[in-house]
Every structure is written in C-alpha cells, then in structure tokens.
Design a protein around this ligand. Structure first.
Ligand code: HEM
Length: 280
C-alpha cells in the first residue's frame, strides 16, 4: 500500500493533461494508494486482483469515508454542506443499514417488466444508431454511438428528456472529473433534478423517477435529499461506465484483429469477450 507517497494529484493541471500516463503510473507503482487532494481515508484501488479481493470481501470495508477520517481532517473539510450531502447520500457513499434501505427501494423500481421492455428498446436504439452510420468514411464512435446509446437508454428509463443529453454529459463529466466551477455546476444539476421530481409529483409517468417519487411519498423511507442523490447517481453511473466499456472494448478489438475475427466467426464468445472488456 502506498499511503505516504501522495504525489498523485488527479486534479492538478499536469495530471489532467496527461491523464492516461498518470493512471498508468498509479497502476504500476501502487495498486492501492491514497491520492493527494482527496480525503486521507479514501483509497484508490487500481490493481485487478486487489479490486477483486475487495469486492469479494466488501463487508470488511466502508463506503462512507467519513467514518475513518481523522477528527482534525474532518473538521477542515466541509462535510456538512448541502452539496456534500446531495453528492454523497447515495448507494456509493453510504453503508448498511442505509445502503440496504436505498438498495431495496431502487431494486423495487427496476421491475422485471421494466427491464424486459428495456432490453427490446436497447436493441432498437442500437440498430437505429448503426443504420445511421455513413456507408463509407470515418465516424467518431463516441459521439455517434457509445455516448448516444447509454444516454438515450438511461434518459428513457428514468424519464429525463433526451434533448437534454448534451447538458447531462457536461454535468456528469463534472461530477466524475471535477471542474473549476464544480459547486456551481453541481447545484445546477441538482436544481434540474428537483424540477424533474416536481413535474413527476404533479403528473406521474411510467418511469423510474415517478417510481422513486412514489417510494418517497408512500413509505417515507427515502427522504428528498436521498431521492435527488439517487437520481444523480443513476444518471452518472448509468452511462459513463457503459461509454467506457464499449469504447475501450472496441479499441481493444481493433488493436487485436485476430480476436476481432474470432468473435465475428463465433458470436457465442460475446459474453466472455465482455468479461474481458470489463477487466481492461
Ligand atoms: C459497463 C457498465 C458498468 C460498470 C463497469 C459498472 C461498474 C460498477 C461498479 C464497479 C460498482 C461498485 C462501486 C462501489 O461499490 O463502490 C457499481 C455500482 C453501481 N452501479 Fe454500475 N456499472 C455499470 C453500469 C451501470 C448502469 C447501466 C447503472 C444504472 C442503470 C449502474 C448503476 C450503479 C449503481 C446504482 C451502483 C451502486 C450499487 C450499490 O452500491 O448497491 N451501473 N457499478
């Protein structure tokens, strides 16, 4: 473990300019390390074996880093602001019993019917996007496909207007990567979510935001802040990860044409191929 060696500041200009180099150095030098600029009780795990071990033994770890933060540091950081709570009171930032409660609510909203309908719709959107590719010439795979597919799916699932996708992309990037006007942009994001919630409260639809709003109204086990935080998490987690999976997977196949051919000849290898992509 590399706790004392805090030379990586992911938010510095030079790290941002050479982000892949920084990640490679982090991975190679220390698969478990603390990063400058983040709370000292927060760890980055970049090694495959180490990450697998932690996921398999998740009960021995906490998600809420405030629990293991030294008192003096906790006082220095602004942990009680409304923005901090909006950003962290979700499945990625809380432990049981809150985690169990939030997980139960969101699982109920992901009904079998909704997921089945989604599967058909994902195929349809995929076909439409591919059909719109030009017959010849180059395309930007991210702009034309890997961004479009997951963002349209998550917007339709949640009930967020698809026309807002470019704005959502900007907010999500800020959420994940930070920015100089982070607080202001994130508060705008949450105001946007509050507006969607207000609209669904007035006029419920057959979408996930309406289902979550009903969970909040019915059994009072999801408070307003948790509701906003959950929606923000679903928007961000629901498409950033998928963009990276499809884009990195496609790049790997293009760099390994023999593997691309194997997959084209035996499509039943798709599931194992995706497992490999996830480990990239
Ligand atoms: C290739 C796609 C994806 C990858 C690689 C991925 C990866 C992950 C990982 C590693 C975690 C665990 C994080 C942690 O516990 O600290 C996680 C959690 C989560 N992901 Fe994803 N994810 C993907 C797609 C999605 C999608 C499409 C959604 C939403 C529709 C989503 C929503 C969530 C949520 C809500 C959690 C928190 C779950 C919990 O703590 O109970 N993810 N994801």
């Amino acid at each position: 473990m590399n706790k004392d060696n805090r030379e990586y500041n992911l938010y510095s200009q030079s790290s941002r300019a050479n982000v892949y180099e920084t990640y490679a150095q982090m991975r190679e030098k220390s698969p478990i390390l603390a990063v400058d600029g983040l709370p000292s009780s927060m760890w980055f795990v970049t090694g495959f074996e180490e990450a697998k071990h932690i996921l398999a033994h998740h009960k021995q770890f906490v998600k809420d880093y405030r629990k293991t933060l030294p008192e003096a540091e906790a006082q220095q950081l602004n942990l009680e602001t409304e923005l901090f709570k909006l950003l962290n009171y979700n499945l990625l930032g809380v432990d049981a019993p809150d985690h169990t409660r939030l997980r139960t609510i969101v699982s109920k909203a992901f009904t079998h019917r909704r997921v089945l309908a989604l599967q058909r719709r994902i195929q349809q959107i995929t076909d439409e996007l591919i059909d719109a590719f030009p017959e010849d010439g180059e395309i930007d795979l991210i702009d034309r496909f890997t961004f479009q597919l997951p963002i349209v799916v998550i917007c339709e699932l949640l009930g967020v207007p698809v026309e807002d996708r470019d704005q959502l992309r900007m907010w999500s990037n800020t959420f994940v990567e930070g920015s100089y006007s982070y607080a202001q942009e994130m508060m705008e994001f949450f105001r946007y979510i509050a507006q969607l919630v207000a609209e669904r409260r007035d006029k419920p639809q057959d979408d996930l935001i309406s289902a979550l709003v009903q969970a909040e109204e019915n059994d009072e086990r999801l408070n307003g802040r948790e509701l906003y935080s959950m929606i923000a998490l679903l928007i961000v987690a629901g498409y950033q990860t998928t963009i990276n999976l499809i884009t990195n997977g496609m790049l790997a196949l293009l760099q390994h044409p023999d593997q691309m051919r194997r997959l084209q000849e035996s499509p039943d290898l798709t599931a194992t191929t995706i497992e490999e992509f996830l480990a990239l």
